[in-house]
Design a protein around this ligand. Structure first.
Ligand code: BV8
Length: 247
């Protein structure tokens, strides 16, 4: 694909590169995406369940969905897309990965300086915000011993420590992601480019002069505004680009 050659040429010698990833980069690891054919869980859409209202209404149902996802993710491992991106961040301090994913596969691939916008599915926090410290704690047990985990500080309900729809992102993470839009090349890989503020990062990078590319087998709302589209899976494209960069 000559687009691969074009993107490799842009990346070669670039000191600042940012790759925004979404659920599509974990698809090859067997982790269901949100809006693709496998994006449904029972008859629910992610946007029905990843909200504080859904949790307030039925914490057991939301935890059942997260428990199902935790089980899938525990059985998965980073794929070549994660491995190439991790290698890029270890090789060049100005190359960053900004992820919307909560599966921590970029963490397991040993990505340097990872900017994680929506938290981790392996972390929990107190639903009532009781103020107990630590505010969030890691629990990787699959399955969790209780259908609805409790807060160790106040014994109230515990929740997945991820950012739900209608909730604000950690300002430090947003600031780090915005700093990363000051780059020469910005690549959106495996994201439907629908969820904000993550989806706005591509436009921010463009407005700051970045060359923009999208790696996605399908078109997205971002497709019409990027400089280069690679209509193929990330786990195929990224290793092919890496081959050109190191040869
Ligand atoms: C907020 C964590 C302030 C939970 C998630 C501005 C405009 C419009 C709307 C808004 C706006 N500002 C705020 C909003 C509202 C909302 C929003 O964006 N709604 C959308 C639905 C329109 N945003 C928020 O609420 C955010 N908060 O802005 O705070 C605020 C406060 C109060 C009130 C208003 C605003 C919080 C957003 C975070 C929500 N949490 N996840 C969890 O994961 O359990 S978002 C969820 O969607 C995941 O994190 C996921 O990563 C993310 C984005 O989805 P994608 O990753 O793109 O996945 P998807 O399945 O959609 O697409 C996969 C793509 O991969 C597809 O295109 C497919 O073709 C492709 N693909 C498939 N296979 C491959 C592949 N690509 C490459 N290779 C392959 N092999």
């Amino acid at each position: 694909m000559e687009q691969i050659g074009r993107l490799a040429a842009r990346l070669r010698g670039a000191s600042r590169v940012t790759v925004l990833t979404g659920a599509g980069v974990s698809a090859a690891s067997g982790v269901p995406t949100f809006r693709g054919a496998d994006g449904l869980w029972r008859q629910y859409r992610a946007t029905d369940l990843a909200t504080p209202d859904a949790f307030a209404r039925d914490p057991a149902l939301v935890w059942e969905w997260y428990g199902w996802r935790r089980e899938k993710i525990a059985a998965s491992r980073p794929n070549p897309a994660h491995d190439v991106l991790a290698a890029w961040t270890r090789r060049a301090p100005g190359w960053h990965v900004v992820t919307q994913n909560v599966d921590d596969l970029h963490v397991r691939a040993e990505t340097d300086r990872l900017i994680r916008l929506h938290g981790s599915i392996w972390e929990l926090s107190c639903w009532a915000g009781c103020g107990g410290r630590p505010k969030r704690w890691r629990d990787e047990r699959v399955p969790l011993p209780e259908a609805v985990p409790r807060c160790p500080h106040c014994c109230g309900l515990a929740r997945p420590a991820v950012v739900w729809f209608g909730e604000s992102l950690d300002p430090a993470d947003v600031a780090a992601a915005e700093r990363a839009t000051a780059c020469e090349v910005f690549v959106a890989a495996g994201t439907s480019a629908i969820v904000h503020p993550a989806a706005g990062l591509l436009e921010a990078a463009r407005s700051r002069g970045a060359f923009t590319a999208e790696v996605n087998p399908e078109a997205t709302p971002a497709s019409s505004s990027v400089d280069l589209t690679l209509r193929a899976p990330a786990e195929q494209v990224l290793p092919e680009i890496e081959l050109r960069l190191i040869s």
